[in-house]
Design a protein around this ligand. Structure first.
Ligand SMILES: [Fe+2]
Ligand SMILES: [Fe+2]
Length: 513
């Protein structure tokens, strides 16, 4: 049998008898003859079972048993008490709770052996059971942790998917590259906790270089002056691999290495290409995470997804703007045919567009409204396409019928552009550039603030240019005279708009020829 047995008795004969019989059975034994010695041996020998006499010199067996129990809280080491004297009942209750059994002297060796065998195998079974139980508890805990982790990862994935979906919707919706770049930065920096970001992209299809479009967490002064060749250097390398490139480690060829070390010197660690239909439209540079941790594989995967949506979005925005400018040039050609019909208004449209845009900027209108004012001012007289040339050029007074035709041009103009989606907002300016603050204008007789600020600006720019140009019936006014005329007509024009025009003239930003 396996097991270490500690035998404690002050009688060496007893110790010898028990030792012999246990050793003959295969047990390893150790002996002690007093209480203190017994506790020392308990620590050194680490017995699996203790045979313990009650009456010992010094610390008695009951006290020793109490101390063993205090050290062995799981009852792994059974204690068999032996005594020549009967133990009083009250002591039995108090102390023998910690012992497995009590044997009276004289005892039979067989009895001792049988009890040692039984208690050892019970203790061994208990220990096994406890260990299995602990393993099981660990596994349950680990299972719960795994479940929590999987749950967290799942939630994060759902969140990431939703973010990606929202983002791709945004990127498809946005038509302004600057808005798009902002959304891109906010999303990517927020999602991945990136400390610094910079985007270089090609503003038009034919651009040979990628220029700085914006960044986050960087000093952009240097970057504004930096441009990347679109075909060679880093761009060429990125287009070939379409992978995240570590700027500090990758073995890059000549020019690409120079560009990479320049960007690495500014704190960027990686770059990634924005590619649409095998064509490079931009390059994103980014630094490490704010937290200082490394990027995980799933984060880089998300980064690539966002970049891919951004690349498509940027390309769509560029195509949309190209389409817009094609429309605008077509319309400008139409407008120039009006000017060809009316010799005295040559250059009028361009000047009105320029003045209106400058006034709107001076009044600090929002960027979208500035665009609307530009479009509206360019197109304000497009309705004159429907007015006969001889009426437009008639030197004398117009008849009532002729006036009616001339006065229909804002309405006709608005109808011409009404169906062009991107000119929707300019429609209002075209229709209302002849309205007056006192409500006596045309075609709708709007009053004061019922007339949009854009239409009030175009009205001032239009009249200012008309006054300062020669007409069949009078010489051009000087700028000063025109301003005086405008200031007198407070029933017609917005005086705040006039004063902004005056500021531009006084600053020399609008100059007469
Ligand atoms: Fe007009
Ligand atoms: Fe006009």
């Amino acid at each position: 049998m396996d097991g270490n047995i500690l035998i404690v008795d002050d009688d060496p004969n007893v110790v010898e008898i028990i030792t012999d019989s246990l050793r003959s059975r295969g047990y390893v034994t150790e002996s002690a003859y007093n209480g203190e010695d017994a506790l020392r041996k308990y620590e050194d020998f680490k017995p699996d079972l203790v045979v313990l006499d009650v009456v010992l010199p010094g610390k008695n067996g009951l006290a020793v048993c109490g101390e063993i129990r205090a050290r062995d809280v799981n009852y792994d080491v059974p204690v068999i008490m032996i005594s020549a004297n009967p133990i009083p009942d009250d002591l039995l209750e108090t102390y023998l709770l910690g012992a497995q059994d009590f044997i009276r002297k004289p005892f039979s060796v067989k009895e001792i052996l049988a009890k040692v065998d039984t208690f050892l195998s019970q203790a061994c079974g208990r220990r096994d059971l406890r260990e299995k139980n602990e393993i099981l508890e660990d596994e349950v805990l680990k299972g719960q942790e795994d479940l929590k982790r999987v749950n967290r990862e799942l939630k994060k994935k759902v969140f990431d998917m939703r973010t990606l979906f929202d983002l791709s919707q945004d990127l498809n919706r946005l038509r302004d590259p600057d808005d798009l770049v902002n959304v891109f930065f906010l999303t990517i920096a927020g999602q991945l906790g990136i400390g610094s970001l910079a985007l270089f992209y090609a503003r038009s299809d034919g651009d040979a270089y990628l220029t700085f479009a914006g960044g986050k967490g960087i000093r952009d002064g240097v970057l504004r002056a930096f441009q990347l060749s679109r075909a060679a250097g880093l761009s060429g390398h990125l287009l070939g691999g379409q992978e995240v490139v570590d700027l500090r480690r990758s073995a890059l060829p000549g020019e690409a290495r120079r560009e990479a070390s320049f960007m690495a010197g500014l704190g960027f660690h990686y770059c990634y290409p924005l590619v649409v239909k095998s064509s490079l439209v931009g390059v994103v540079f980014f630094g490490g995470k704010v937290s200082g941790q490394r990027y995980r594989a799933n984060e880089l995967e998300m980064f690539r997804s966002i970049c891919s949506s951004a690349a498509t979005g940027l390309e769509n925005a560029r195509l949309y703007q190209e389409l817009q400018s094609t429309y605008l040039s077509t319309i400008k050609v139409l407008v120039s045919t009006i000017e060809a019909k009316d010799a005295y208004t040559r250059g009028h449209t361009d000047r009105v567009a320029l003045f209106a845009r400058m006034i709107a900027e001076e009044m600090q209108l929002e960027r979208k409204d500035l665009e609307t004012v530009s479009f509206g001012a360019t197109l304000h007289d497009i309705g004159k396409l429907g007015v006969y040339e001889d009426i437009l050029n008639k030197p004398g007074e117009l008849t009532d019928g002729e006036w009616k035709i001339v006065r229909s041009h804002p309405e006709v103009g608005a109808n011409i552009i009404r169906n062009m989606k991107f000119l929707e907002s300019a429609c209002d300016l075209v229709r209302h550039h002849h309205e007056r603050l006192d409500g006596r204008g045309y075609p709708d007789g709007l009053k004061g603030k019922e007339i949009s600020i854009g239409a009030r600006i175009v009205a001032v720019a239009d009249s200012f240019d008309a006054m300062t140009s020669d007409r069949p019936y009078r010489q051009a006014f000087s700028y000063q005279e025109a301003i005086e005329q405008l200031r007198m007509q407070t029933d017609k024009f917005d005086s705040d708009v006039i004063e902004h025009l005056v500021r531009l003239i006084e600053a020399g930003r609008i100059r007469g020829e």
